[in-house]
Design a protein around this ligand. Sequence first.
Ligand code: SF4
Length: 464
Amino acid sequence: MKILMIRPRPEAETIGLQHVMIVEPMELEVLGALRRDYDEVVIVDMILERKPLRHFLELHDPDMICVTGYITNVNTMGAYCATAKALNPRVVTVVGGVHCEVCPEDLDLPGIDYRVVRNPVTVFPLLLEHVEHGAGVPGGVLAPGQRLIEDELPALDFHYVAPDRSLVDGYRDRYFYIFHDKVALLKTSFGCPFTCNFCFCRQITRGLYRRRPLADTLAELESLPQQEIYIVDDDFLADRRFLTAFLDELESRGIRKHYMVYGRADFVADHPDLIERFRDLGLRTVIVGFESFIAEELEQYGKRSDVSANRRAMEILRRLNVECFATIILGPDWDRSHFRRLEKELKALRIHFVNLQPLTPIPGTEFKAPEGTLLLDRADHARWDLAHLSIRPSRLSIPDYYREILRLYNRIVFQPAVLFGHLRRQNWRMLWRMIKGSRRVERQYRLKIDEAAKHWKAEAGRVH
Ligand code: SF4
């Protein structure tokens, strides 16, 4: 079969990190690796392509298309499948990805034949057999109109096959994450052992946590020609014993690469020795979900960490010269003083990269917006991007809340001393790409402020 695998382009409405990071579509590379000898697979990365999807459909004339994405991509995924069907009614359309696995009802759309909701690695070859030879529909795949019934799904199996990275050779040089250029992804585990109630990641594995055998992971790592490795585990710094074994292997195999990982602040704070050793073996950046510097908020989010751990973690990373990309959740009850205090804290800790996320009750998570406060329509998928306000702020108007977000970004990311530091350390191409990307995000926020201000004025006019 000819199979076209498509990574969707973000909608204009989505305020996105895609301006400062584009990484390889690993889930499609994994599916591509599962093809049979006689299947032809092409991956089209619509984030990087300029031509419309129709061009690629006409060029490749596929028997099947597979599209994966996040909640923000739902409409685009549906539109791609509808376009493919309009061009060729016999084409088989398959969708999957993390949102489809948790909320498949959103993708029960005209034009979509199959939704993969469980164990894609096991299911995909069976689905190919079903489509081509009429074998039964595998468990873990929903047909149109079929609802997800957890008890009827097969158990999660966590099988892994190495991605076929050659399928994106044509795009490879354009993948990057902030200042990490030509980055390759590596996955060593599935899920997270923690239970933060706002977190979507844990819903994908239904709260389970599994690690790949270390030898497999290391063999895959050794096979990667890339120097920059982004370990995409939800929490790579979860276990002292595992990390020690991983570092022992890096040392004994003589692997010398640069790493970017996700890790919790409390782990960094409690294991400075390990972080230092990891730094010596190539750790360059830790993405830390600090979430908040307010004790009650950390408690409310179920973070099981504390403010002092956040501060100690940042001090350790700074002392060891390991870069930190910080994630902070902005509460709906914040007023200006909260933003000012956060600015002071971030500056005191010398945090220079920050991702500010208004608290968002992502569909599928335990966290729900208080009654009557939800601003986003559930079907307005493109805006569920962790950048739009989804809960009505109680102490600031919506335009003012967006203004505070933008102001804080500018105060942290564009500090003159920070920019001079980048000028010294980074090459011009990377720096230019980052500045351009940040300015695009800024433009999106300014549009948001204008839109919210107009809406607010119209509302006020109606009241009077
Ligand atoms: S926020 Fe991080 S630590 Fe918490 S459950 Fe999600 S991945 Fe785990």
